[in-house]
Design a binder for this molecule. Structure first.
Ligand code: ADP
Ligand code: MG
Length: 403
């Protein structure tokens, strides 16, 4: 329970705590699973630049853990240190209880699947997959049986005799996956495994990857720069920025409880309502916001000081945009105290099919974004350019951030 009520405790130790007492749900089942990889204070420097900067992390047995971050944030370097292809300057890596210092890549209980699949072009699919077993001297009959089972798992049995060049991108990706899995590694490290695939195939392959992982129970660590991919695949996500691990959480918690403005903006979109603390009580905080032209109400206490600048992040789907004043709006009734409200003018409307995006300008000149799900085929309350509206959110919908 202590862990559940304190987001700072669950995140990287290096970054400053953002919120002292934001309410947070209980841990998901399985969170007590065994720790399989323990990374402690890992540092890797290239030419005086910290590619990986004091990263501590533990990965649980059987989970899909996604390392998510922009290009150059240190994801691949961290993965390569786990695999043993790079040596850290300082810090430790333990896998399955064993310190990996000085342990060669091939002797580690992990395997890596590379971004370029590195298949042998002159070998059939079957031979590519069986290659690792042959190298290990696994007897022929066992090799054939394990290869067949693996081809079945990745749905490539009918392509066993083809060469890589005779396959689609998605099929090549599956050959690489089969090749990485056939030696039964306890953990598989995947660096941008789906980046060569087009969007539609990538989405399909994400589900296949999850299905295979679930059937084998192998721990997967997946590097990606694609936040939707991380949200889809991961049991937990670690967000990296400039070599640091900024937050580690379940996808939903990263989205709903980002710990600073960087995360809130990086994962999804957010309206950042800025203000200064004018009331600091044990059970609530109030900000004065020039941007909103009004006060912002935060429905819980947090560690802050009078006059301090803070932000409340409100996701576009949680920002309401209505013709009616919230005090008269049925959705506001029973939704708890209001977090904030402003008059606004609709400046942009983009109909996207499933939802409509709005941009609205506040009297302060600031703009905010709101989305509305198109639940009905006809929208009786359709808003259009230049409409005068109210934008508002229930206090519960906002995330208070101090950094
Ligand atoms: P990501 O995978 O998140 O895009 P990387 O881990 O590949 O990031 O790189 C992190 C930083 O380390 C980058 O600034 C990159 O240029 C640098 N870097 C990575 N590998 C090397 C290397 N072998 N030599 C020098 N610099 C490197
Ligand atoms: Mg990379």
């Amino acid at each position: 329970m202590t862990q559940a009520s304190d987001p700072a405790a669950a995140a990287a130790p290096a970054a400053p705590a953002a919120v002292a007492a934001a309410p947070r749900p209980a841990p998901a089942p399985g969170e007590g699973a065994r720790e399989f990889i323990r990374i402690s204070r890992l540092v890797k420097t290239f030419d005086g630049h910290r590619a990986v900067d004091d990263v501590s992390l533990s990965v649980r047995e059987g989970e899909i853990f996604c390392l998510l971050g922009g290009s150059g944030s240190g994801k691949s370097t961290l993965l390569r240190m786990l695999a043993g292809f790079e040596t850290q300057d300082s810090g430790t890596i333990e896998i399955d209880g064993q310190d990996m210092a000085g342990v060669a890549p091939w002797a580690r209980p992990v395997n890596m699947m590379f971004q370029s699949y590195a298949l042998f072009p002159h070998m059939s699919v079957e031979k590519n997959v069986a290659y690792g077993l042959k190298q290990e001297g696994v007897p022929k009959a066992e090799r054939a049986a394990r290869t067949a089972a693996m081809l079945d798992l990745v749905k490539l049995s009918q392509y066993a005799g083809r060469r890589p060049a005779q396959l689609s991108g998605g099929q090549r990706q599956r050959v690489a996956l089969a090749r990485a899995l056939i030696k039964n590694p306890k953990a598989l490290l995947l660096d941008e495994p789906l980046s060569a695939l087009d969007k539609k195939l990538r989405e399909e392959t994400q589900f296949e990857l999850m299905d295979i992982q679930e059937r084998l129970g192998t721990t997967f660590i997946v590097v990606t720069h694609d936040q939707e991919e991380a949200m889809t695949l991961a049991d937990r996500i670690g967000v990296m920025d400039q070599g640091r691990l900024v937050q580690v959480d379940r996808p939903r918690d990263i989205y709903e409880y980002p710990r600073n403005r960087f995360i809130a903006n990086f994962i999804g979109a957010a309206n950042m309502i800025e203000g200064e603390v004018v009331e600091d009580e044990a059970d609530h905080v109030k900000l004065s916001s020039a941007m909103l032209g009004d006060e912002v109400f935060i429905h819980h206490g947090l560690s802050c000081q009078m006059g301090q600048t803070m932000w409340v992040a409100v996701r576009p789907e949680k920002l309401r945009i209505t013709r009616r004043h919230p005090s008269e709006h049925p959705d506001a009734v029973g939704a708890g105290p209001l977090g904030g409200m402003a008059k606004a003018v609709v400046e942009d409307v983009a109909y996207m099919g499933g939802l409509t995006r709005f941009r609205a300008r506040l009297p302060s000149g600031a703009t905010v974004s709101a989305t509305r799900a198109n639940l009905d085929r006809r929208d009786a309350d359709a808003l259009t350019w230049e409409d005068e509206v109210y934008v508002w959110w229930p206090a519960e919908a906002g995330v208070a951030l101090t950094s």
